[in-house]
Design a protein around this ligand. Structure first.
Ligand SMILES: C[C@H](N)C(=O)N[C@@H](Cc1c[nH]cn1)C(=O)O
Ligand SMILES: [Zn+2]
Ligand SMILES: [Zn+2]
Length: 481
């Protein structure tokens, strides 16, 4: 069924015309290594907040605030480390218009050239002939955050009124658990965020590479660390090997008992918390455009654990998963260093789904890790703890905001979007829904093969530019809903 189209050609053309400027804006943003998980890069995260507030000011936003959140809670190496500020701003305050809150994050995942990047991760590399720009944050989430600013700029240039009041909320700790933001939202629900009609987040990805999606669910995440310490310092393995208990050996044993090689979580009680699949839900997977080939292409390998679409989607969207991420303190460089590390910290996370209770999960995980370690009878010491967590979120996509986004997507991409859930997490989503009492829409810009969190992260230029058109068209359709 076709919908009544709004006359948005002039806006779309202006976005096209401003493409070089928008790429330049993204280039500046990517050049700031705002890695929230690396304490030594905290000044650069703060610099990114200032960059954004400067851009907002130039575009005519008002009531711009950089809200401080205090010091970062443990575990953290520097107990005085300040959290990066939340950037707030408004564009328009017409009581006759609807007000849309847009949220995004200006921090990024770590990235080193040595990880295997073909280019400098913090230098936007433009490959126009292949329709791609590469750089950390290009798709997650600097491209989409700047998309909202680009929409305002196109309206300014056209002297076209923005059809809604816009409120922006950009944070610098999303990749590290959104620490401090819950409290700020609760505090500002009836202050800065009063009168918000709906919330839109552009911070996830299409499922594949061809079809746009609108997203109505996210998995949560609970991130843990297990520290095992023994010797007073790193030791020579020729002198001490075989005569002292090695923390690394203990840790490898503990980590090996969390999950099996088929992805089954081995911690008793975890799978039992998962809500059963309903008959209604079974039918939702069939119409979704996705395949095992697309999964393999995005992963760059033929290592899928499931060979059919439905199982893949269920395991990405509605079952938990446990991933082991790394070991701090372990030797990981080139060469053959013969060291016994004195203290190693294993890191793993569990993606959570309805109806998992995060506090119950902590108890199960930490209790299990301690039990497995106790069975080793090791003289070393273990400390297992939660680093950060974020809620899962599932909503009803049948509302004005999703309808407006579907129309906008169809106008720009000439295809109706699929309605998807996301395997990743945006910890703050549920808080917006609960504290502001608004619906939340996830309106992604990038593709499923963008390599978010990976090496060679990219965004297709067409996704960046058409994504800006989609965000702007969404505001227009929503204003009329
Ligand atoms: C989907 C979103 N763009 C994203 O990447 N979220 C992160 C959030 C997170 C939580 N702890 C660490 N990162 C993710 O899903 O990993
Ligand atoms: Zn991310
Ligand atoms: Zn993100």
């Amino acid at each position: 069924m076709s919908h009544e189209k709004l006359p948005l050609e002039a806006f779309f053309n202006k976005i096209e015309e401003l493409k070089p400027k928008f790429i330049e804006r993204l280039s500046k943003a990517v050049s700031i290594p705002s890695v929230s998980g690396d304490e030594t890069l905290r000044p650069q995260v703060v610099e990114m907040a200032h960059f954004l507030s400067g851009e907002l000011k130039n575009l005519g936003f008002h009531d711009i605030q950089l809200r401080e959140l205090g010091v970062q809670p443990p575990p953290v190496s520097d107990p005085n480390l300040k959290l990066p500020p939340i950037v707030l701003g408004r564009y328009g305050s017409d009581p006759k218009k609807k007000t849309v809150l847009v949220y995004g994050h200006y921090d990024v995942q770590p990235a080193l050239k040595e990880d295997g990047w073909a280019t400098d991760p913090f230098k936007l590399t433009v490959d126009e002939s292949n329709d791609v720009v590469y750089g950390r944050g290009s798709t997650d989430d600097k491209g989409p955050v700047l998309g909202w600013l680009n929409v305002v700029e196109a309206h300014n240039e056209l002297k076209l009124e923005l059809p809604v009041n816009l409120v922006v909320c950009f944070e610098g700790m999303e990749e590290s658990g959104s620490l401090g933001l819950d409290d700020l939202i609760a505090k500002e629900a009836k202050q800065y965020f009063a009168g918000i009609d709906t919330t839109c987040i552009s911070d996830n990805y299409w499922l594949g590479t061809k079809k746009p999606v609108l997203t109505y669910g996210l998995r949560g995440v609970s991130y843990y660390q297990v520290a095992i310490s023994g010797p007073g310092a790193d030791l020579h393995s020729g002198i001490f090997g075989g005569v002292v208990a090695e923390p690394m050996t203990d840790l490898v044993k503990v980590l090996s008992e969390l999950v099996d090689t088929n992805g089954n979580i081995l911690i008793p009680g975890v799978n039992e918390m998962v809500a059963p699949v309903t008959d209604k839900e079974e039918g939702l997977y069939d119409p979704i455009d996705f395949s095992v080939e697309e999964l393999n292409a995005a992963a760059g390998s033929e290592t899928a654990l499931y060979q059919n679409k439905k199982d893949i989607l269920k395991h990405r969207w509605r079952y938990p998963s446990l991933s082991v991420h790394g070991i701090e303190g372990a030797f990981s460089g080139a060469g053959a260093k013969t060291v016994i590390p004195a203290k190693v910290i294993g890191k793993f996370s569990i993606r959570t789904v309805p109806d998992m209770d995060p506090r119950k999960l902590d108890e199960l995980v930490i209790g299990y890790v301690e039990k497995v370690f106790a069975k080793l009878n090791s003289p070393n010491t273990l400390k297992a703890e939660l680093v950060h967590d974020g809620n899962y979120w599932v909503s009803d996509p049948f509302n004005d905001s999703f309808t407006a986004a579907a129309k906008a997507t169809e106008d720009v991409w000439n295809i109706k979007p699929d309605f998807t859930r996301e395997g990743g997490s945006i910890p703050i989503t549920l808080t917006f829904e609960k504290e502001l009492g608004t619906g939340v829409l996830l309106l992604p810009m990038g593709r499923g093969d963008d390599g978010a969190h990976s090496i060679n992260e990219k965004i297709n230029i067409s996704n960046y530019i058409n994504g800006c058109k989609t965000l702007g068209a969404y505001l227009h359709y929503y204003s009329k809903a």
